[in-house]
Design a protein. Structure first.
Lengths: 135, 405
């Protein structure tokens, strides 16, 4: 077992702090599912930024149309989707930026920001109704 | 394929043309540049070479010097040979990215035509910009004339790109006194220069999509210290490669370079230390002093960073009095070179009587008479066995005599 990256001495790091994503080259990486990629310890995939959040996005499966806007726009890898079907939000890579909520096109939205301490079940029970356009 | 440039055995080039020709022969892939006096002709000449078919690479006109160095950083991280030129305010604007380039270990070459820093605004030569960048983690090579600007620019690529070094390199020349002074230069023919510099060796290149790599990362208290230590270690060990490249260049051209430049130091009792074109003026002054029976010599640095600590100790060993000339406003202390040379001699445990002279700011002319006067002061100190003048004096300055300590 190689040394943990946190224990590497100055003479063991890659000069210039070049950080490789994978432990070995991966051909056609877009076709390899996230959980099957050989992520290197230096990949930010392993790094939690969840405690940067003050608000979290909560996902409502009942309203989602699987348009994938949130998956495309998420600046990290916090939206988990398989075979073009939305599964949910990964809270470790999510900084709570709210972009997924902003781009969600459904009415009411399928993703909404709630305070960090609110339980997801409770959040889903408080989901707003459809916003009727005023005539 | 770039056309071969017909060169005579001896060309008449100013320092800017010499540097531009070296960049052309180094077959740089990307030059990202923004013009600034007095370095403008380097990139102007280079873009002319490109327009005329003598260059295969790309020339990117950017919106500032910050962008020029950023363009070089991106090109270099992508696996390209990158270079640019700047001076003064442009250099100051580049400073943030200079630290990025060295920290990211990108062997970019920057030809610096030294010029004063504002305010007041001034386009003429002094070493303010050189001093501003001296802690930026680059290898710094110093030239005193166009031939050396050409030679060192070619060598800069070979040094910085060596797999044991991988650090960016600056090549300094004095604004106007070198950059705009046409002199005889003996260039290498294109094929000889190309073979000397060699093929660029990409390392950890960004464009390998099957093995993605992040450059310019953030590290906090966990890794930053280790990375900076590695960088310093590799810079401190770069003299092995610098020496080898100097030797290879000598074998090719007969022109000899060393870490410390010495003129008539074998039996010298008094010496002037200076950088840039002042070195050649000081040689003339030393010869005049020797006609009067004073054993005068001149010392300079060819390699400012990594600082040749031990070679300087050796070069100054046995002399009785030394004038360290700093061509940059010292900003509230003694001149930077004075401090560095003082540290070297303190560590050696034997120091000559040392005087610091601030001179030539903003292109103020420094004459042979100024330099012989300095030698005369040194001689007086040497004969008396003690310092007879203030530690820091301004020379060539109008108004009441300005000195400190």
């Amino acid at each position: 077992m190689a040394k943990d990256i946190k224990d590497l001495g100055w003479n063991e790091l890659i000069p210039g702090a070049a950080l490789f994503s994978f432990t070995e080259p991966v051909e056609d990486v877009a076709e390899v599912p996230m959980d099957e990629r050989p992520y290197a310890p230096t990949n930010s995939h392993q790094y939690s930024v969840g405690d940067w959040r003050v608000e979290k996005p909560v996902f409502n499966r009942d309203l989602c149309i699987d348009c994938q806007f949130c998956w495309v726009f998420c600046p990290d890898l916090a939206i988990l989707s398989r075979d073009k079907k939305m599964i949910g939000v990964l809270y470790d890579p999510c900084k709570g930026c709210g972009i997924c909520v902003e781009v969600c096109p459904t009415n009411p939205k399928s993703l909404l920001m709630f305070p960090e301490q609110v339980d997801n079940e409770e959040a889903l029970s408080k989901w707003p109704q459809k916003d009727e356009k005023k005539k | 394929m770039a056309k071969k440039y017909e060169l005579n055995e001896v060309e008449v080039w100013d320092g800017n043309m010499a540097a531009a020709q070296a960049l052309r022969q180094a077959q740089v892939d990307v030059v990202a540049a923004y013009p600034i006096t007095p370095s403008t002709p380097i990139v102007q000449n280079y873009s002319q070479f490109l327009a005329d078919g003598y260059v295969d690479g790309d020339f990117i006109m950017v919106e500032s010097e910050h962008s020029a160095m950023s363009g070089c950083v991106a090109a270099s991280a992508s696996g390209a040979r990158a270079a640019t030129a700047t001076s003064s305010q442009g250099f100051a604007l580049m400073v943030e990215v200079l630290y990025q380039a060295s920290g990211m270990r990108l062997p970019i070459v920057l030809t610096v035509v030294n010029r004063a820093l504002a305010a007041p605004l001034n386009v003429n030569g002094d070493h303010s910009d050189m001093y501003l960048g001296r802690d930026a983690g680059w290898i710094n090579l110093c030239s005193y004339n166009p031939q050396e600007a050409y030679d060192l620019t070619l060598m800069a690529f070979k040094i910085g790109e060596d797999l044991d070094v991988r650090l960016p390199v600056m090549v300094h020349q004095d604004g106007f006194l070198c950059s705009h002074t046409a002199q005889n230069v003996k260039p290498l023919q294109d094929e000889v220069a190309i073979e000397f510099v060699g093929e660029y060796k990409p390392v950890n290149t960004m464009l390998d999509v099957s093995n993605p790599v992040t450059h310019g990362v953030q590290t906090e208290e966990d890794w930053h210290f280790e990375h900076k230590a590695r960088q310093h270690n590799d810079l401190m060990n770069s003299p092995k490669v610098i020496k080898r490249v100097f030797e290879e260049f000598k074998a090719l051209t007969g022109r000899e370079y060393d870490f410390v430049y010495k003129y008539k130091m074998d039996d010298a009792e008094v010496a002037i230390f200076a950088l840039g074109t002042t070195v050649e003026s000081a040689e003339v002054a030393a010869d005049r002093m020797r006609e009067k029976g004073i054993k005068a010599g001149v010392v300079s640095l060819r390699v400012l960073r990594p600082f040749p600590f031990e070679q300087i100790q050796e070069a100054l060993s046995g002399i009785k009095a030394l004038a360290v000339m700093d061509r940059s406003a010292p900003g509230g202390t003694l001149g930077a070179m004075f401090n560095e040379l003082s540290a070297a001699m303190l560590a050696k445990g034997e120091s000559p009587i040392m005087l610091n002279y601030i001179y030539g700011l903003g292109g103020r002319d420094t004459t042979i008479d100024h330099l012989t006067e300095i030698f005369a002061q040194l001689d007086e100190c040497a004969k008396a066995g003690e310092r007879k003048y203030p530690l820091q004096q301004f020379i060539g300055l109008r108004g009441p005599k300005l000195s400190f300590y």
